[in-house]
Ligand binder design. Structure first.
Ligand code: ADP
Length: 268
């Protein structure tokens, strides 16, 4: 009867609302868990360099040290303070990006010039590595936020240096298809175990083994790269053979036809 039908409909509506509430509850619990995890990770990350700064300053206050020791301790203190600054800056950057308060300002960018600049800057502190840039593009321009893209490639190229042995070659390859610019950063370094790859873009995720523990870093770099590339409508991917090396691939959409042609004559 009509009355029965109405009851069934009410029942269905109630069940739908209950399922919705359950989903909402789980989402809130998950957010709460993420928040606690974040607070404990951040405090842990801050505590380590702070402990080292406190330890060394106390040592220096208690004892009078020779000039050489003094210099050595001051260098450590300075490095740890720098690490804290980088950590806080990276962390704020990432928060801003994740909350959507970060806006890319797009301009015409030649990725080759940009990468040459990055290689030039990184190679100043990487005297034992070799760099190669292979350009096979047919399209020159990208629409991008130059400073942010510099940040991405600085991070990828310095990671390639950090995680590969002296004498290693770091090769950047530029090409495009009809729709995308594809930029590969390849190293002959430690490589990444397959099981780690899906986690690498998470905040503070660092592969923890003895090879790597002594290599400094915040574990925020790749999370930041991913946010920046996604804000450009692009994608970042990793392929790696553990023990042999890694390739980080950035795929960025090309500007629409007309834009390419318009800008071609304006090269600077
Ligand atoms: P950080 O380098 O500050 O630790 P990232 O987010 O840039 O943080 O990288 C996260 C982790 O990914 C690194 O700690 C490292 O274990 C691994 N990794 C990143 N780039 C490479 C690479 N080129 N070769 C091998 N491992 C890498």
């Amino acid at each position: 009867t009509a009355h029965n039908e109405e009851l069934v409909m009410q029942q269905e509506e109630l069940e739908r609302m209950l399922a919705e509430t359950e989903k909402m509850k789980n989402r809130l619990l998950e957010l709460d868990r993420l928040k606690s995890e974040l607070v404990s990770t951040v405090s842990h990350e801050l505590r380590t360099p702070l402990a080292s700064i406190l330890g060394f300053t106390e040592l220096m206050m208690k004892r009078s040290l020779g000039e050489e020791k003094q210099k050595k301790y001051l260098t450590t203190i300075h490095q740890e303070a720098l690490r804290l600054t980088n950590l806080v800056n990276d962390f704020l950057d990432l928060q801003r990006m994740e909350s959507g308060a970060f806006i890319c300002s797009f301009e015409r960018v030649d990725p080759k010039l940009l990468i040459e600049r990055v290689i030039e800057a990184v190679s100043h502190t990487a005297h034992h590595h070799h760099f190669q840039l292979v350009d096979e593009r047919s399209q020159k321009w990208l629409n991008g936020d130059e400073e942010r893209l510099i940040q991405v490639f600085t991070n990828l190229i310095s990671n390639a240096v950090k995680f590969s042995p002296k004498g290693g070659m770091i090769a950047v390859h530029l090409e495009n298809d009809a729709h995308n610019m594809i930029i590969n950063v390849k190293d002959e370094g430690l490589g990444i175990p397959a099981a780690e790859i899906p986690h690498l873009f998470k905040k503070f995720h660092r592969i923890d083994n003895s090879d790597r523990r002594k290599i400094g870093g915040t574990g925020l770099g790749l999370a930041i790269c991913k946010e920046i590339i996604e804000a450009h409508g692009g994608e970042i991917m990793i392929s790696s053979e553990y023990g042999k090396g890694s390739v980080f691939s950035i795929v960025l959409p090309l500007p629409a036809e007309g834009q390419q042609a318009d800008h071609k004559t304006e090269a600077n």
